[in-house]
Ligand binder design. Structure first.
Ligand code: SF4
Ligand code: SF4
Length: 287
């Protein structure tokens, strides 16, 4: 039996574009009729059915290729070991993903009451637990019996290098300045503004931010000149100079001030910041 691309796409639920991509990756090798049209045979169908199952289990293209390779070999102890290894790693990964999803669901459930009662977002005793800056402000004010009547987010220069490159174009700067001026005006005029749902959801992001021990992932390159700037700039005194090199003490707030302000760009975080432009705030340092 054979199928044209449209038919096999319908049968497997894999789009024609994706079928062509799998072909480019060498995962399936459809034959061609004389008129040049592709057709897929029973063997292609078998491979595609396996791919559909593996896609459900979030296998990467590389893992799918490995599994298919093993499938085509005659069964040997070596072969079994390879498939066992791939499957065990995948099971661990999926279990981890399940546990992450369960955490996210629990966090979202905790956030719901905050969103439904925005008026008391910052002063309800049940709601003072959380993560990140909004919760910190909330806790400090609650302890003093103060109610926050205005809360907004201000988008600024993007400088979180582990995920992004620095984005600081004049247009963005202009928008930030305009927004800041509006915020100043509103505060002066004693305007009330409830904290947005987005700000409440931000707490989820903070939950997954690297913690105090994230400094174990900093690396210092040979470009370091022992200038001591990182020690001076760290807002929580997490860095001391030790034999001419910065030493981190696991109380890191992950502000990345040290990384951005090192005059030699000698500090990196994992392999995610290498070669990326640093950003130094013209207005001063983080201390
Ligand atoms: S700021 Fe940079 S160059 Fe200076 S001591 Fe720290 S890592 Fe070394
Ligand atoms: S400057 Fe910021 S990122 Fe660097 S060690 Fe101190 S708290 Fe951590």
């Amino acid at each position: 039996m054979e199928w044209m691309i449209k038919q096999i796409a319908e049968k497997t639920g894999i789009s024609a574009d994706t079928l062509r991509y799998y072909e480019k990756e060498g995962m399936i090798l459809p034959k061609r009729h004389e008129n040049g049209y592709r057709y897929y045979d029973e063997e292609d169908m078998r491979i595609l059915k396996n791919i559909v199952v593996m896609k459900y289990a979030h296998f990467t293209i590389h893992e799918m290729k490995r599994m298919e390779e093993v499938f085509l070999r005659s069964p040997t102890a070596d072969c079994n070991e390879i498939s066992k290894g791939i499957l065990t790693a995948k099971i661990d990964e999926l279990n981890q993903a399940i546990s992450n999803y369960q955490n996210i669901v629990a966090l979202m459930e905790n956030l719901l009451p905050m969103i439904e009662t925005t008026e008391d977002y910052y002063c309800n005793e049940k709601q003072i637990e959380g993560y990140g800056v909004p919760s910190l402000i909330k806790k400090l004010l609650y302890a003093k019996g103060v109610r926050l009547s205005y809360g907004v987010s201000l988008a600024m220069v993007t400088n979180y290098l582990p995920e992004y490159k620095v984005i600081n174009n004049p247009e963005r700067q202009k928008k930030t300045d305009e927004n800041l001026n509006r915020i100043i005006r509103e505060i002066k005029n004693r305007k009330s503004k409830q904290v947005s749902t987005f700000t409440a959801l931000n707490e989820l992001i903070f939950k997954f931010c690297p913690g105090e021990e994230s400094d174990q992932y900093f690396t210092i390159s040979e470009k370091c000149t022992s200038c001591g700037t990182c020690e001076k700039i760290c807002p929580v005194g997490n860095i001391t100079m030790d034999a001419g090199k910065p030493r981190f003490h696991h109380t890191c707030e992950h502000c990345l001030g040290c990384l951005h302000n090192c005059p030699r760009a000698a500090i990196d975080w994992k392999d995610k910041t290498q070669g990326k432009k640093r950003y130094r705030n013209a207005g001063g340092n983080t201390r």
